[in-house]
Design a protein around this ligand. Structure first.
Ligand SMILES: Cc1cc2nc3c(=O)[nH]c(=O)nc-3n(C[C@H](O)[C@H](O)[C@H](O)COP(=O)(O)OP(=O)(O)OC[C@H]3O[C@@H](n4cnc5c(N)ncnc54)[C@H](O)[C@@H]3O)c2cc1C
Length: 493
């Protein structure tokens, strides 16, 4: 008896991560059903910023040019003392190595609206108002029961990814436990609209004031966010009172022109799921990991998960790879996420210091280090490792995206498949791999930048995965062979 599937991939949960995954998988040629229990897009913001890697993923989805005008590129992200001295100063490059500005301040619902619209254009079957209830998997696929207003339906999918947020019913159904970093700080988050910002600073900064640590973010357009740390003994209930909010905002001198869009108390914490895959079911985004927002990386990490998963599922469904490559998802992504959580918690520990003496010592030490030119907290995250990479120079790095003098970006030429870039790539024995010759006219605007990158790694060719990570560098035929082995058999590349 032949198995009949409703789709190759069922995406459960359509926050930014589910939307991105559904779009990427569809771009990769999979048939996708995406469901969410909410009948409408969540109208309120959470993420304040995202980075250039994510804009590059939006580019893969075909929406970067629509999203960029909705965002603001801040020139820096600062940590300041109560007195205004700068403890940490992260300067934002207008064009980073991946072809986009290093940071974008966003209004999350506006960006999600663009992603949702794109799902329609790509032909993703979007079903809203349906809750994940349970799943049963077998050797060939997964049967998922979904609950609507007054009825149940079953979807049969080859693969399922739970992008269903921090409480993840999919993760619960799989019985996956969370590893807790024991960082747990409650903050009041205020999202506001201010028609006339007046002298409000258009900046993203953390005010490391032990009397009350505060985050202040100028997001896109007229939107501003404040976050106020709760002090011991303070309750969410009292912090959410209008009178308390007025008191907290008083020093900012904007009470008479502010519209509060949303107020909520969040607990900022670090959690990582012990397993990210169980057979044909995977989890991604907040379902797999959560982190404090000080590095602005929670949503970014989830969207990176999506990019990591989409091409692998497509390669399997299209018969180009065996299922073992799904093991590489957690292998590659977890160390990266944990490195970011460590950075976010390190940043959080700088900010969330309520002891006045300890804060004064922190200020003295960090200002002295800064004067001496030391980098206090790194924001460069590690390359990927393990998984589907060869043991060659540059493997695991994100391949750069040079921008031509005319504003064209490399990825428009790379396409959606793995690609081998080098010189003199003619003839056969490349296992059907897509080839791009550095001397071809199509690569001419980028040839110098790519040649320099290869030279720094002592290589004459590079194999770039569909998620723009470098599989490896070296001899082109050898690389193709290693790639073939890595994706088709359970052998170390
Ligand atoms: C105050 C704050 C500031 C932040 N700042 C940043 C930042 O600057 N940068 C950044 O990158 N990240 C930031 N984050 C983190 C970011 O908001 C999250 O990581 C991101 O929204 C997670 O996206 P997700 O798609 O994984 O989950 P969610 O956005 O939570 O989406 C999950 C979806 O699953 C659906 N769902 C749940 N249960 C079911 C079910 N049973 N059936 C069907 N559907 C279901 C929900 O309706 C929802 O639509 C911040 C978070 C907070 C709280």
């Amino acid at each position: 008896m032949t198995d009949s599937f409703d789709c190759d991939l069922l995406v459960v949960g359509m926050g930014p991560v589910g939307d991105a995954l559904a779009a990427l998988a569809s771009v990769q040629g999979l048939s996708v059903i995406a469901i969410d229990k909410a009948p409408e897009l969540f109208p309120l913001p959470r993420a304040a910023v995202f980075d250039h890697e994510i804009m590059r993923i939006f580019q893969m989805i075909g929406v970067a040019d629509r999203i960029a005008p909705l965002c603001r590129v801040p020139d820096r992200y600062q940590f300041r003392t109560a007195g205004g001295d700068v403890l940490l100063d992260f300067i934002v490059a207008e064009v980073g190595p991946y072809g986009w500005a290093e940071t974008y301040a966003l209004h999350q619902p506006a960006v999600e609206r663009v992603l949702r619209d794109r799902l329609g254009e790509l032909g993703v079957d979007v079903r809203l108002g349906l809750s994940f209830e349970s799943l049963v998997q077998d050797a060939a696929g997964v049967s998922v029961t979904l609950l609507g207003d007054d009825s149940r339906q079953t979807v049969r999918a080859r693969y399922v990814v739970g992008c269903d947020g921090s409480w993840s019913p999919v993760r619960e159904a799989l019985g996956i436990r969370l590893d807790d970093y024991q960082f747990d700080e409650p903050w009041l988050v205020l999202d506001t609209i201010i028609e006339n910002p007046g002298d409000l600073p258009i900046v993203c900064h953390q005010i490391c004031d032990p009397r009350r640590p505060i985050t202040h973010m100028a997001m896109s357009g007229k939107r501003f966010r404040w976050e106020f740390m709760l002090k011991p003994g303070e309750t969410a209930e009292e912090m959410l009172k209008d009178s308390k909010i007025r008191e907290l905002l008083k020093p900012w001198n904007c009470a008479n022109r502010i519209e509060i869009e949303r107020k909520a108390v969040y607990r900022f914490h670090g959690l990582v799921a012990e397993h990210w895959r169980h057979g044909r079911v995977l989890i991604a985004g907040d379902a797999a990991h959560q982190m404090p927002p000080f590095a602005g990386q929670g949503m970014c990490s989830g969207i990176r998960d999506a990019a990591n998963i989409a091409w692998k599922l497509a390669a399997i469904v299209h018969g180009c790879a065996s299922e073992h490559i799904l093991d590489s998802y957690q292998e590659e992504r977890e160390p990266h996420v944990r490195a970011i959580i460590n950075t976010a918690i390190a940043m959080g520990k700088v900010v969330c210091m309520l002891d006045e003496q300890a804060a004064a010592a922190r200020d003295r030490e960090m200002l002295a280090r800064k004067t001496a030119g030391a980098q206090d907290v790194s924001v460069s995250y590690p390359d990927l490792s393990g998984g589907i990479f060869s043991q060659t120079a540059g493997a695991g790095a994100l391949f750069p995206q040079p921008v031509s003098a005319g504003g064209e970006r490399l990825d428009t030429i790379l396409g959606d498949d793995p690609v081998l870039i080098g010189r003199g790539l003619t003839g056969s024995n490349y296992d059907g791999m897509r080839l791009l010759d550095l001397d071809s006219s199509v690569l001419a605007p980028f040839a110098e930048a790519i040649s320099d990158w290869l030279k720094d790694r002592g290589a004459n060719s590079v194999l770039v995965r569909p998620d723009r990570h470098v599989f490896g560098t070296g001899d082109p035929r050898q690389l193709t062979g290693l790639w073939h082995d890595a994706i088709t058999a359970k052998v170390a590349a």
